[in-house]
Design a protein around this ligand. Structure first.
Ligand code: GDD
Ligand code: MN
Length: 351
């Protein structure tokens, strides 16, 4: 059996066509539609109950709770099917794609994502800046959470999964990107993406506002913490501080005791600090991620240092140009360089 979870809030006008198209797409298959409605002012729940006479619909009307993710999580708990599908009610997720998702799961995928960003997928009628924000947000997510690096559309609201993936898994309902939550915390091996066209809304309006961008970043932060990535970031900073000490100490030694030229002594001093940082990060920060051979890790670590230095310099120059004090400009540059180095290393050196 297939359980289709549909979270709704003021979607009354969309239900009939949605159910009809689902029923047609799944003809001959056993399925149930679980509508999780948060007591919509337009009485979506009432309409859903009315349509339950004609379609296999199970309506959950929540009075005191509100939220897309928590509605989906509630749906997971109610679902009786072996395969669970999650989709929107507004027909931006065409029901005709459901059989493809189900087929992918039947063929061995644990999670099948209806994806806007694999070959053949697309978005209808979005301005270029809307696309840019969407793609930028996904890129940040994939860099911050190496586990989902291979997924092109980890924030899609349209996907299918085997029930075991979420069974017994504690999902946090705060973020509205429930798929991200599932991809980080779920129990699965194989993910596939099925292309689809994210269409236009039929009736009503979108409930996701601009403040969700901040919400998304907070969600990423929480997931990074859950993944232990924030711990790594802290360790990486501590190692970075020891590097500063090594750099300064070595420079002092070279100049004062060995009498080397100040202008050149800074080069071996910097290299020593890079080696120091590599050593401690390899032994401590990323000790569980030594999958690449040593020479390659060392090489990539230097590449990250170089990238960081270039970013630092570029930001320094840019800020000088707009009139920022040079010491502040440098500090901001150092901050960015630090973040860049962390993520380059996390995704390259210790991927
Ligand atoms: N129960 C419940 N409670 N349902 C909600 C709530 C809520 O608080 N907020 C929204 N929904 C339902 C809507 O009724 C709709 O069926 C679905 O969740 C998606 O909401 P939309 O308002 O249509 O969102 P969107 O089209 O802007 O965003 C969609 O695309 C994103 C990717 O760009 C959604 O599918 C997102 O999940 C997806 O990440
Ligand atoms: Mn929508």
């Amino acid at each position: 059996m297939i359980s289709i979870i549909v979270p709704t809030y003021n979607e009354r006008e969309n239900l009939e066509e949605l159910f009809e198209r689902i029923a047609r797409a799944l003809e001959g298959k056993e399925f149930e539609i679980i509508v999780v409605d948060d007591n919509s002012p337009d009485r979506t729940w009432e309409k859903a109950e009315e349509l339950a006479k004609k379609y296999p619909v199970h309506v959950i009307r929540r009075i005191n709770e509100r939220g897309l993710s928590s509605a989906v999580i509630r749906g997971f708990k109610e679902a009786r099917g072996e395969i669970i599908v999650v989709m929107d009610a507004d027909l931006q997720h065409p029901p005709e794609v459901i059989p493809k998702l189900v087929e992918a799961v039947e063929k061995g995928a644990d999670i099948a994502i209806a994806s806007r960003y694999v070959k053949g997928g697309k978005v209808e009628n979005w301005y270029w800046w809307r696309k840019l924000i969407s793609k930028g947000a996904i890129m940040i997510g994939r860099v911050a959470l190496p586990k989902i690096r291979g997924v092109k559309d980890p924030v899609s609201g349209f996907f299918a999964l085997k029930r075991e993936v979420v069974e017994g898994v504690e999902l946090n309902p705060v973020g509205f990107k429930i798929l991200l939550e599932v991809l980080i915390k779920g129990k699965y091996k194989k993910v596939v993406e099925v292309p689809f066209t994210f269409g236009l809304r039929n009736f009503g309006e979108s409930k996701l506002s601009n403040k969700q961008i901040l919400n998304y970043l907070r969600h990423l932060y929480r997931l990074m913490k859950w993944e232990g990535e924030i711990d790594r970031l802290v360790k990486f900073s501590i190692v970075g501080l020891t590097g500063v000490a090594v750099n300064e100490g070595a420079l002092l030694g070279f100049v004062e005791f060995l009498g080397w030229d100040k202008r050149l002594a800074v080069i071996p001093a910097t290299e020593l600090s890079i080696l120091n940082n590599f050593l401690w990060n390899d032994l401590w920060t990323f000790r569980d991620l030594k999958r690449k051979p040593l020479y390659l890790r060392l090489f990539n670590f230097h590449l990250a240092a170089l990238t960081g230095a270039l970013v630092q310099w570029a930001i320094y120059l840019a800020l000088l140009y707009v009139g920022v004090h040079y010491l502040i400009a440098n500090l901001i540059g150092i901050g960015f360089s630090f973040i860049v180095r962390f993520f380059v290393n996390r995704n390259l050196t210790w991927a």
